[in-house]
Design a protein around this ligand. Structure first.
Ligand code: FES
Ligand code: CO
Length: 326
């Protein structure tokens, strides 16, 4: 499965403290833990001895200790202690299954199968000093990751799902926009919407222009620029990263990385706006059947307003993605 060679977010960095943390990724149970130096590790959440969940254990002196027979595993995965046999020196094969792990954008990212040619998906706004970053989530959503990406790219739902916020019934027409494939997904530009309350600082309805980019199968971002007159904050602009952990083919964990030209508002104010918007999306997302995203063009019907969605489906097909699609 190609997805196993890609990097996926699994938890907020701050969620991983002294105790091990069990998460799911692509149907695989993963244990996350930090050693004495604070370095994060990601292993299969299954003890190589008798299969107990290592996430039920604890960290002792920089080693992860299994909850069942107390075997201890050092940072690189090797078993270094078998309490039932104090003199025993475990062979190399007595080791935990180790995955790749990195920290980016306030999240822990895991790669289940080593592939040095692949990197954590980019989020350009992260290195933009003019934008303040706030993480929003996690949200557990009972649908596939691709359905969530597609919702993020979709503007035709604004006037219905986000009525009075990102859209209104009096202005539901979608002007033509441009979609181009990129090596990592797609870019949609000149996506325009008339929005009553386009962001936390809106003072009047605004014509907003979006650029969307899919930068990995389950990762997308947008850049949103409202017209100047409608925003109280001078030069306001924002970028939002959508980071999805594909837990199972039909369940996902979602974070938004908000990057905004606003260094005054408390985190909670920025998070509340995004929370309101996503709570409007969630019940509709969870109502869609099938939960997997159908890649066969005949499975659902399409219009030209859906061309970003169609391009996304073609990209998943071309990448031979199988998790969360059908
Ligand atoms: Fe982990 Fe036995 S199952 S030590
Ligand atoms: Co929405």
């Amino acid at each position: 499965m190609i997805e196993a060679r890609m990097w996926h977010p699994v938890a907020q960095s701050t969620a991983l403290q002294a105790a091990p943390l069990g998460v799911q990724l692509l149907g695989q149970s993963v244990v996350l833990w930090r050693d004495d130096a604070g370095t994060a590790h990601a292993w299969a959440d299954q003890c190589p001895h008798r299969g107990a969940k290592l996430s039920l254990g604890r960290v002792c002196a920089g080693h992860l200790e299994c909850p069942y027979h107390g075997w201890q595993f050092a940072a690189e995965g090797a078993c270094v202690k078998v309490p039932a046999l104090p003199e025993f020196v475990p062979p190399a094969g007595h080791a935990a299954r180790v995955f790749g792990i990195e920290e980016h954008y306030g999240l822990l990212w895991v790669q289940l199968e080593a592939d040095p040619t692949r990197a954590v998906p980019p989020f350009a706004a992260e290195s933009d000093g003019g934008l303040r970053k706030v993480l929003c989530g996690p949200y557990d959503v009972a649908t596939s990751a691709p359905r969530i990406v597609e919702n993020f790219l979709d503007m035709a739902h604004f006037g219905f799902v986000h009525e009075g916020w990102l859209g209104m019934r009096e202005a539901t027409a979608i002007d033509d926009y441009t979609v181009e494939p990129t090596p990592t997904g797609l870019r949609a530009t000149q996506c325009k919407a008339w929005q009553p309350q386009s962001n936390v600082h809106s003072t009047a309805p605004a014509q907003v222009e979006y650029t969307y980019e899919v930068v990995a199968p389950y990762t997308a971002n947008l850049i949103k620029v409202p017209d100047a007159a409608s925003v109280a904050v001078q030069g306001f602009r924002e970028s939002i990263g959508l980071f999805i952990s594909p837990l199972t083919p039909t369940s996902s964990r979602v974070w938004f990385r908000l990057a905004m030209a606003d260094f005054e508002s408390p985190d909670a104010k920025l998070q509340d706006f995004q929370h309101t918007i996503f709570m409007q999306d969630k019940p509709v997302l969870e109502s869609q059947t099938p939960q997997c995203l159908p890649l066969d063009v005949r499975a659902e019907v399409h219009t030209v307003a859906d061309k970003a969605s169609s391009a996304y489906r073609r990209f998943l097909k071309q990448e031979r993605i199988t998790f969360g699609v059908c």
